[in-house]
Each structure stands twice: as structure tokens, then as C-alpha cells.
Design a protein. Sequence first.
Length: 115
Amino acid sequence: MNDSLQFEYADGNGNRYTITRSALSYIPVKPEESSSGTYSGGSPTSITITSGEFQRISDVLMKAVDNPASHSSNRVMMSGTISMINKSNKKQIILAPGTVELQHIEATLKEFITN
């Protein structure tokens, strides 16, 4: 795998996650940024992760990337986006709301952030 590869994930509420080989950061939506004006994604968090943890997260994300049946052509409410970024380019896919892949990604990321 490309050593410079990193991921960004945005969930259906607009909360963002940045995943590098050594860190996982959670950047939540603030009430003033939310469509309702009241939703809060909580507190920002940044943790150190091991190469094995990065691989686990990467595998979950890539499973979704590699399954076009879970993709959507439009960003709609409750959809998610995965961005794969390396030195030379950025590729982004949209995951349709309610897909198994989207649910698995969000459960995996929340597991890391809440532990």
C-alpha cells in the first residue's frame, strides 16, 4: 500500500474523520454548522493509531470503495463520502445511505473514537 495514502470520511451528519498511518482525528459538526442549527457532533478527538489499526480501518474503507453497488452518484442526507488521498491525487466516492458498508465504516470509526 502507498505509504502516503490517507483517508477522509464524512458521515451523514457532516462529521469528518481524517485517517493517516499514525492518527485518527474526529472533527464534529458544531450546531452553527448543522442544517438544523442545533445538532452537535460532540467533541473533537485525535488519537494515535498503530499500523495494524490503520490497516483495519483501511480494509473497511477499501471494501466499500471496491463495491460499486454501495455507491451513489449524489451526496444526499445520511450518505457518506470516502476520500482517498496520496501525493499525486484524490479520489472520492459517495456511499448510499443505509448500506452495510456505510454502517460498518461508521461503527468501526466510532469504536476507535469512543475507546
